[in-house]
Design a protein around this ligand. Structure first.
Ligand SMILES: Nc1ncnc2c1ncn2[C@@H]1O[C@H](COP(=O)(O)OP(=O)(O)OP(=O)(O)O)[C@@H](O)[C@H]1O
Ligand SMILES: [Mg+2]
Length: 452
C-alpha cells in the first residue's frame, strides 16, 4: 500500500479537479438605482434602490414582486434599454451602456408586428443582428418548430390565439440564442389553461437541457409560477423597489407539483414573506424545513489519505490519541479530522473520547494486499455511501456504461451550495476511481464505469 500521505489531504491539494466554468455570473447589477422625474417639476420618484444581484450561467432565476415594485424597470435596465440613475450593470464582463447583446426578451403583451407573418416576425429578430438571409430562415424555422408552431409560418398574428401569439414571442427570443432569456410576465395575459400548458412546455425544455439560452430571468407576481420554474426566487419589495431576500427552490423538477408537500411549504413560506413586507424573508421562511438530504455530506478526504491513515494506525497500535496523531504526522487537525470522519463513515475505525481505534475490517483493510484492500473499500462505499451507490447503479443501468457528469452535479446542487456540490462530486469521483467503480473523464465531462 502507498506510504503515508504522499497523497495530500483533500483540502490542501485539490485533485485533478474538473474546472467547469459552470455558475460564473453572466449579468451583475451593482447598486442600481432608478429615479423618475415627477410631473410639473415636483422632484423625483425613486423606483429602484440599491439593487444588487447576479444571474449565473445555468440558472433559472425568478424575480417576484408586487405590481409597481419596479420589476419591469429593473428588467429594462438589465437589458440595457434604459440607463440606471446610478450604479451599473455588467454583462459578460462589460459595462452595459446600450442594448445588452447577451439578452433576448419575451414580453407580456407579445409585441408582434401585425403586418408581418409568423416567420417574418421571428426572422426580424435576426435581421437586426445582420444574420444572412439563408441562416435567418433556417434558424427561424427551427425556433418556430421548437415552440410547436410548425405549419403556421405564414399566418398573421391576428389569425392566432393568445397562446399561439406568445409562442411566436418565445420563438422570436429563442431564435437569437441569447445567453440570458428575459421574460416579463410571459404567461399573465393568457387564460389559465393556456398559461399552464405553455409554462409546462418551458419547464420541460429547460429541464431537458436543450434550452436555447444558458440562463433565464423570469419576472412574475405569481408565487406558484416562480416555484414551479425557478432555481432561485429573488423577492422584491416595493416603494422603493429593492431586493428583500431570496429563496432557493430545493426541489427537483419532477417533484414540483401542487400535491408535493415541500412544494406547498415553499409556496406558503413565500406567500407569508410577500404579505408581510416588513418582515425579513429568512424569518418568514423559517417554518419551511429544508428538504432532507438523501446524500449525507462526504468528509473532504481522499481515498489515498484514508488508507494512509489506516496503515499508520495498523503499524502503530499505540497511536490512538487524535492530537498526538496530528503532531506525529505533522498534519493539522483540520486536515486530519475529515480523514478520521471518512474512516469512521466507512466503518474502518471508531472514535471514542478523542481516541481512534481500527475496527476488525479496518485492520484487515490496512494489512491486505492492494487488490484485496480495494475490494474491501469498494464494498464499504457501496454499502455506506448513497451517492456512490447511486452513481454506480445509474451507470450499470446505462447501455454504454456512461453518463453526463452534469446529471449528478445538478442533483447535488439541490442539496448543497454550488461549491460544496462540486466538492462532493470530486470526492465521490476520487473514491469511485480508487475502488475501480467509475471514472470521470474531463475531456467529455462524463462518468464511466471503470470496468464496462
Ligand atoms: N418611464 C416612467 N416614468 C415615470 N414613472 C415610471 C416610468 N416607468 C415606470 N414608472 C413607475 O415606476 C414604478 C414601477 O413600474 P414597473 O413597471 O417597473 O413596475 P412592475 O413591478 O413591473 O409592475 P407590474 O407588475 O404592474 O408590471 C411604477 O410606479 C411606475 O408608474
Ligand atoms: Mg411590469
Amino acid at each position: 500500500m502507498m506510504t503515508l500521505f504522499t497523497t495530500a489531504p483533500f483540502t490542501a491539494t485539490p485533485l485533478d479537479r474538473p474546472s467547469r466554468p459552470k455558475g460564473a455570473p453572466i449579468i451583475i447589477a451593482r447598486d442600481v438605482c432608478k429615479e423618475f422625474e415627477l410631473p410639473d417639476g415636483n422632484g423625483t420618484f425613486t423606483v429602484l434602490k440599491d439593487i444588487n444581484l447576479q444571474i449565473h450561467e445555468g440558472e433559472f432565476v425568478a424575480l417576484l414582486g408586487r405590481s409597481g415594485s419596479g420589476k419591469s424597470t429593473l428588467l429594462r435596465i438589465l437589458a440595457g434599454l434604459i440607463p440606471p440613475t446610478s450604479g451599473e450593470v455588467i454583462s459578460s464582463g462589460q459595462r452595459v451602456t446600450g442594448p445588452n447583446p447577451d439578452v433576448a426578451m419575451v414580453f407580456q403583451t407579445f409585441a408582434l408586428l401585425p403586418w408581418l407573418t409568423v416567420l417574418q416576425n421571428v426572422e426580424l429578430s435576426l435581421e437586426a443582428l445582420g444574420v444572412p438571409p439563408k441562416e435567418r430562415r433556417e434558424r427561424a424555422l427551427k425556433a418556430i418548430d421548437m415552440v410547436g408552431l410548425d405549419g403556421f409560418e405564414s399566418a398573421y398574428p391576428k389569425e392566432l390565439s393568445g397562446g399561439m401569439k406568445q409562442r411566436v414571442g418565445f420563438a422570436r427570443a429563442f431564435v437569437r440564442q441569447p445567453k440570458v432569456l428575459f421574460m416579463d410576465e410571459p404567461f399573465s395575459a393568457l387564460d389559465v389553461l393556456t398559461a399552464e400548458n405553455l409554462r409546462g412546455e418551458i419547464a420541460e425544455l429547460w429541464e431537458q437541457g436543450d434550452f436555447p439560452a444558458k440562463s433565464v430571468l423570469l419576472i412574475t407576481h405569481n408565487i406558484e409560477e416562480a416555484v414551479l420554474l425557478a432555481d432561485r426566487v429573488i423577492i422584491l419589495g416595493a416603494n422603493p423597489g429593492r431586493v428583500r431576500g431570496e429563496v432557493v427552490i430545493d426541489l427537483s423538477y419532477a417533484a414540483r407539483e401542487r400535491s408535493n408537500k415541500h412544494f406547498k411549504e415553499l409556496v406558503d413560506g413565500i406567500y407569508i414573506a410577500m404579505t408581510n413586507p416588513d418582515r425579513d424573508v429568512r424569518d418568514a421562511m423559517a417554518g419551511v424545513p429544508r428538504r432532507e438530504n438523501p446524500y449525507p455530506p462526504l468528509p473532504h478526504a481522499t481515498a489515498g489519505g484514508i488508507s494512509g491513515l489506516l496503515e499508520v494506525l495498523n503499524e502503530r497500535p499505540d497511536l490512538r490519541d487524535l492530537p498526538e496523531i496530528s503532531s506525529t504526522l505533522q498534519l493539522p487537525t483540520d486536515e486530519l479530522l475529515p480523514i478520521v470522519d471518512a474512516a469512521v463513515l466507512l466503518g474502518f475505525a471508531v472514535v471514542n473520547e478523542g481516541d481512534i481505534t481500527l475496527t476488525d475490517i479496518g485492520r484487515v483493510f490496512s494489512s491486505a494486499d492492494i487488490q484485496t484492500s480495494k475490494e474491501i473499500f469498494r464494498r464499504q462505499v457501496l454499502e455506506r455511501v448513497p451517492l456512490i451507490r447511486q452513481i454506480y447503479t445509474t451507470l450499470t443501468e446505462r447501455p454504454n456504461g456512461m453518463i453526463r457528469a452534469g446529471v449528478f452535479l445538478d442533483m447535488l446542487e439541490e442539496h448543497f451550495p454550488e461549491e460544496e456540490a462540486q466538492q462532493q462530486f470530486d470526492i465521490a469521483v476520487d473514491w469511485g476511481r480508487y475502488t475501480e467503480l467509475f471514472e470521470y473523464d474531463q475531456t467529455d465531462d462524463r462518468l464511466r464505469l471503470s470496468q464496462p
